[in-house]
Design a protein around this ligand. Structure first.
Ligand code: ZN
Length: 503
């Protein structure tokens, strides 16, 4: 078995190198590349990704996996060998099922769709994007058919981001969450005067914002010997192996809140990637368990930790000093309430942690209707706005603030949105589990120490990479399935207190 395993690892290592090299080109494209290089870069990326794809679907890899599957059949499911074979197979099967010509048509439709979406959003004119969306939805159906599914077409698309999660499970979780959140949001909307955040706007030196953000994420445990931060238009985290995990941020001169919390969020993603065991390097196991698990880490640091009283017990004096005398006269309590203000709004990415999930329910419902042909795509703007009124009580004044706001559909990413809300659920579930096992975590956070919290996440989640499916991971850590109760308890308690509401 050892010879075959070594041969498989050699091949997978080369595929990982190609994929990671493509990721570096992509990082460069989003940070420093001059705009005139777009076409040349697209060709380079296509070549590297094609090479990686061809090497993975090669017959020899299939043969090795077949032979190793029987060789490892008696091994513990959790062993490195059995996990490598199982996870590589799952990743490869998905790629094998997609015909090359479908991949090429998708890639072309996405490039054109992205371009049309940008124009449509700028002009707030859905009709510009409509024909492209029709083609992209057709291709999504074709993709789902090629990948296969048992119950719902959406299952096949969701599985690309949340391995083995079913649409019906998401529906059940979202129904519970919606029943809990809608009344809370309504009660808070009636108490808008309870929180004033006007002092968060003003002049805030961008270089100081940058330095403070870095100081905080270093203290969280982000290792700059294996990472760096750069500026970008849309913040993201990217990993080229745990040895090199980079974050990006966007700075605004008139407010510090967006950059600061985006930096903490991205560092949460980066801590996950930096924590993946180096023993899994250059294999499909050197990856996250799923997008929701990834998002659980970023949301936990950004919201559950980063917007808590305890976190600011340590950091507020430092923040005051950084921007003195801007926040003189603002009490600790007023600051805490301001950074947690809840307000129903049009734009998902600007939403607070209570209303955020409502934006996701809307997208999830609409994606299913689109995929199953239950809505005419020309009617989407009206459907979107009606659901905004139903869920959030606000009606977008135009389509750029409504149905055209997100890039995902134009990039062919149907089935992606639910992972954000599932990540919110897991952020609370994992944090509460960690505190129940290590009760000193909250006290350490008040002292600006994160070793116990990070250590727990490292041990239970990060080091394991993609060894487990998300459901296996949640079961292993919490002893049960993914649940809405920890998140609902968290928001009811926190926001009930801030807004003086009981729901
Ligand atoms: Zn994120």
């Amino acid at each position: 078995m050892n010879d075959k395993l070594e041969e498989l690892k050699t091949r997978l290592g080369e595929i990982a190198d190609l994929t990671n090299a493509a990721a570096i080109l992509s990082w460069d494209q989003q940070t420093y590349m001059p705009p005139g290089a777009t076409e040349a870069r697209a060709a380079q990326l296509t070549t590297l990704r094609k090479l990686a794809h061809e090497r993975l679907v090669a017959d020899e890899v299939g043969r090795l996996l077949d032979e190793l599957a029987s060789d490892t059949a008696d091994l513990d499911r959790d062993s490195y060998e059995a996990s490598l074979v199982r996870v590589t197979r799952r990743v490869r099967d998905r790629q094998v099922k997609l015909p090359t010509d479908l991949v090429a048509r998708l890639s072309r439709a996405q490039a054109l769709g992205r371009h049309a979406w940008e124009k449509a959003r700028a002009a707030s004119d859905f009709s510009i994007f409509l024909p492209h969306l029709e083609e992209l939805v057709d291709l999504a159906r074709e993709t789902a058919e090629a990948l296969g599914y048992e119950e719902r077409m959406y299952d096949a698309l969701l599985d690309r981001f949340e391995p083995e999660m079913k649409t019906s499970q998401v529906e059940a979780l979202f129904a519970e969450l919606k029943a809990g959140l809608v009344p809370l949001v309504q009660a808070i909307a009636e108490r808008q005067d309870a929180v004033d955040d006007s002092f968060l706007t003003g002049e805030f030196d961008v270089d100081r914002q940058w330095e403070l953000g870095l100081e905080i994420v270093k203290k969280m445990g982000y290792d700059l010997n294996h990472g760096r931060q750069d500026r970008t238009a849309h913040p993201f985290t990217i990993s080229f192996t745990p040895a090199d995990v980079r974050i990006t941020t966007r700075l605004y001169p008139d407010q510090f809140k967006p950059a600061l919390f985006a930096t903490i969020h991205e560092a949460g993603h980066a801590l996950y990637e930096q924590g993946i065991s180096r023993a899994l390097d250059r294999t499909p196991l050197s990856n996250s368990a799923s997008l929701a698990v990834h998002e659980s880490q970023s949301r936990m640091w950004e919201n559950v930790v980063g917007r808590s009283r305890g976190f600011w017990t340590y950091w507020l004096p430092r923040l005051r000093q950084t921007f003195a005398p801007r926040l003189d006269g603002v009490s600790d309590e007023a600051f805490y309430r301001a950074i947690n203000r809840v307000r129903p709004s049009y734009i998902r990415v600007e939403a607070d942690e209570v209303t955020y999930n409502l934006h996701i329910f809307l997208r999830f419902e609409i994606e299913n209707l689109m995929l199953e042909g239950k809505v005419r795509l020309a009617d989407l703007p009206e459907l979107w706005n009606a659901k905004m009124v139903e869920f959030l009580g606000v009606r977008p004044p135009d389509d750029s603030l409504g149905v055209l706001q997100d890039v995902h559909w134009s990039s062919g990413l149907l089935g992606y949105f639910p992972t954000y809300a599932l990540g919110n659920l897991l952020s609370a579930q994992f944090y509460q589990q960690a505190v129940s096992e290590v009760p000193e975590i909250p006290v350490e956070i008040e002292r600006g120490e994160y070793g116990s919290l990070l250590g727990w996440m490292r041990d239970k989640i990060h080091t394991r990479g993609a060894t487990d499916t998300p459901a296996e991971l949640v079961q292993r850590i919490t002893g049960g399935p993914m649940r809405t109760e920890p998140f609902l308890r968290y928001v009811r308690q926190k926001y009930g207190e801030i807004y003086g509401v009981a729901v």
